[in-house]
Design a protein around this ligand. Structure first.
Ligand code: FES
Length: 379
C-alpha cells in the first residue's frame, strides 16, 4: 500500500448516494441449522416481528423504483417463509434479478420446480463440510448433509444455476480439496470459499473457529491449484480472513455505496452485521420509504464516502478502493467504528488483531455455542 500525502485536498469530502445495486432481504431469522459462525446478530428477531407478505412486496416495489437490479432472498432460512414463491414471483414481475441464499434442507423438489417456473435466477446453497458427520455436527442438523445433496440435484435438474457457499474455519479447512470436489459433483458453476468473517455468532465463537497461519497458507495454495485445474468447470471465489491480512477488504464495496440489507422486522442496514455497531440506530421500512432511508438516514450517511475517515485513510491511495475496510470490525476490535479497520497494517490495533488470531488459533477448546434463538433474547 502506498501513501499519498498530497491527495488530502482531492479527497471527496461528501458523497451523494447513487442508486444501490443490490438488496438483501432477511425474510426470517428462523433456521433449521445452527451454525456457530452465522452472520446474523446474536439477538435474533422472532417470528412475531417479521414483515408480512404485503410489506415485503411493497419493499420490492420501492427497490425496483430506486433502480436496484438484484434482490437476494436470505435469512435465517428464507424457505421457511410460505410466501417465498409469492415474493420471488413479484420480484420477477418487477424485472429484478433474484437469488436465493439457502441451507436447502427445507427445499423440496416441488418447491424448487415452482421457483424455476416463476423465474428464480440463481440459488446459493451453503455446505458445512464434505465429511457427512462433521457437516451435520457443525450445522447442528442430523440429516442436513443428505438433504443438501438431494436439493442440489433437484436445483440442477430444474435448470437453476447453482453456487456453493463454503465457509471455512479451523474445524473444516483441512477438508478444502474435498469440499471443492463436492461442488463439482453437485454440478455447481461456482463455489465461494469464504474464511469465516468474525461478526455475530462467529465473533462470539472466534476461538473455536480461527485457523492457524499454516492452515491459511495451505488453503491459499489449494485454491490457486484448484482454480487452474478447474478452469471452465468451476469458478472459485476466495475470501481470506481479515485477521491475518495487511490490507483491509472493501467491505460491502463501501458503506452505503451499493448494498442494502433489511432485517426480518424491516430495519434497513448498510451491511448484515451493522447492528453490532451499538452507537448507530437504524430506520425501518415500516416507518419510512426505502429510498429516503438509503439517501438520508443517519446510519447510511455516517460512513458513506471518505469524509468520515481518519487522516491516515484520507491520505491513502487505496481510500476509494477499500473504502476504509470494515466498520463492524473496527467497532468490534477498537470500540469505535470510525477508527481504521485493524486489518490495515497502518492501524495502531493491527498487531493486536494478529495476536488475537494467533492466540485463538492455538486454542484446543472446541466447545462452541450453537446459533439458537433464545440464547441472547430475553425470555
Ligand atoms: Fe459491516 Fe463490514 S461487516 S461494514
Amino acid at each position: 500500500m502506498s501513501m499519498n500525502n498530497q491527495a488530502t485536498d482531492e479527497v471527496t469530502m461528501a458523497e451523494e448516494a447513487k442508486a444501490p445495486l443490490a438488496l438483501l432481504l432477511e425474510l426470517t431469522h428462523r433456521c433449521p441449522l445452527q451454525c456457530p459462525y452465522c452472520s446474523n446478530p446474536l439477538k435474533l428477531e422472532k417470528v412475531a416481528s417479521e414483515l408480512n407478505t404485503e410489506q415485503w412486496m411493497q419493499v420490492l416495489d420501492q427497490a425496483a423504483e430506486m433502480g436496484i437490479l438484484q434482490v437476494h432472498f436470505s435469512g435465517g432460512e428464507p424457505a421457511l417463509r410460505k410466501d417465498l414463491e409469492t415474493l420471488v414471483a413479484h420480484a420477477e414481475k418487477l424485472g429484478l434479478y433474484s437469488n436465493l441464499i439457502t441451507s436447502a434442507v427445507n427445499l423440496s423438489q416441488t418447491r424448487i420446480n415452482t421457483l424455476a417456473e416463476i423465474g428464480l435466477g440463481h440459488i446459493q446453497v451453503s455446505i458445512q463440510d464434505s465429511d457427512e458427520k462433521l457437516a451435520n455436527t457443525i450445522g447442528g442438523h442430523p440429516n442436513g448433509y443428505q438433504l443438501k445433496l438431494a436439493a442440489a440435484k433437484h436445483i440442477r435438474e430444474a435448470g437453476i444455476p447453482l453456487t456453493i457457499n463454503a465457509p471455512v474455519h479451523r474445524l473444516n479447512i483441512d477438508h478444502l480439496e474435498a469440499s471443492i470436489q463436492m461442488a463439482v459433483d453437485m454440478d455447481a458453476s461456482r463455489i465461494e470459499v469464504a474464511h469465516v468473517q468474525y461478526y455475530g455468532w462467529a465473533y462470539y465463537n472466534r476461538k473455536y473457529l480461527m485457523p492457524t497461519r499454516k492452515q491459511l497458507d495451505w488453503a491459499t495454495e489449494v485454491i490457486k491449484k484448484a482454480s487452474k485445474a478447474l478452469k471452465g468447470i468451476l469458478s472459485i471465489d476466495y475470501v481470506v480472513p481479515d485477521y491475518y491480512a495487511k490490507i483491509p477488504k472493501s467491505c460491502m464495496s463501501g458503506w452505503g455505496r451499493q448494498f442494502l440489507n433489511i432485517t426480518p422486522s424491516g430495519l434497513v442496514l448498510p451491511c448484515h452485521a451493522a447492528e453490532s455497531i451499538t452507537s448507530l440506530s437504524f430506520d425501518s421500512v415500516v416507518d419510512k420509504p426505502l429510498n429516503e432511508i438509503w439517501k438520508n438516514s443517519e446510519a447510511f450517511q455516517r460512513f458513506r464516502g471518505t469524509a468520515w475517515m481518519p487522516d491516515t485513510c484520507k491520505k491513502c491511495d487505496r481510500r476509494e478502493i477499500d473504502w476504509g475496510g470494515c466498520r463492524c470490525q473496527a467497532f468490534a476490535i477498537t470500540g469505535d467504528a470510525s477508527n481504521m479497520d485493524p486489518a490495515c497494517q497502518y492501524s495502531p490495533f493491527h498487531q493486536e488483531l494478529l495476536e488475537l488470531a494467533t492466540c485463538d488459533a492455538n486454542s484446543t477448546d472446541y466447545n462452541f455455542t450453537y446459533r439458537r434463538i433464545n440464547i441472547f433474547n430475553e425470555h
